[in-house]
Design a protein around this ligand. Structure first.
Ligand code: SAH
Length: 221
């Protein structure tokens, strides 16, 4: 394993993270717990060393296998949107990728369950989260569109890969009163970031923003 602590200086320092959190606050992120999680999570450890100097720019970056680590603003916005619902203790994430979003979630909710279809990304994310002593994030390799039946229902479900429509399996795994936050739409097109709130009657849909995520791919990879 590479020594994850070696980037502890310069462009990857605490001060750089503090500035990122300040920028996100200026851009409208209000949830102080989310901002604190951004401050305390070393994003540069979730990407290739060659990109580490860009880790605290508010931008998505490649993590290999044609995938990206999400833009910090999007991570913060989605996490904040979930936490508008309380209690928000148990969250399922679909699309672990680097593990960064999962680590941020781990800082603000009790238990995080995250599913990734590419086994190498699962392995790397698991290693990073262990190194950072994030103990409340549970990872699994598989098709996240199937959810995580054994651990359902969840207070919230977060998709970080975009389906054209939220899979019905996921709709079934959020509790009544809970919320799904997901980018929805075609690859390459504009996607809507939606909140789906489960009521006794069905789902209430709110468009939160417009985003660009990699597509949700069905199957186990
Ligand atoms: N949350 C991530 C961003 C991940 S990019 C981060 O913070 O870094 C989206 C990820 O979703 C990719 O890693 C991709 O492999 C994964 N993905 C796509 N379709 C999937 C599916 N059906 N099940 C699980 N993961 C999927």
């Amino acid at each position: 394993m590479t020594d994850l602590r070696r980037h502890g200086i310069g462009m990857t320092s605490q001060r750089t993270r503090d500035r990122l959190a300040e920028r996100l606050a200026e851009k409208g992120i209000r949830d102080t717990a989310v901002l604190e999680a951004i401050r305390s999570t070393p994003r540069h450890l979730f990407m290739d060393e060659a990109l580490a100097t860009r880790a605290y720019e508010d931008t998505a970056l490649p993590i290999g296998h044609g995938q990206t680590i999400s833009q910090p603003w999007v991570v913060a916005r989605m996490t904040e949107a979930l936490r508008e619902i309380q209690p928000m203790d148990r969250v399922l994430e679909v699309g672990t990728g680097s593990g960064y979003q999962a680590a941020i979630l781990g800082g603000v909710v009790d238990e995080v369950y995250t599913v990734e279809r590419i086994s190498e990304l699962v392995r790397l994310a698991r290693e990073r989260l262990r190194e950072l002593r994030v103990n409340n994030v549970h990872l699994r390799q598989g098709d996240g569109a199937e959810g995580w039946v054994d651990q359902a229902p969840f207070d919230g479900i977060l998709l970080t890969a975009a389906p054209e429509e939220v899979p019905s399996e996921l709709l079934e795994q959020v509790r009544e009163g809970g919320r799904i936050v997901a980018p929805v739409g075609r690859e390459g097109g504009v996607q809507e970031l939606v909140a789906l709130d489960r009521t006794s009657e069905g789902f209430e849909r709110t468009v939160l923003d417009y985003v660009a995520f990699v597509p949700l791919i069905r199957g186990r990879g």
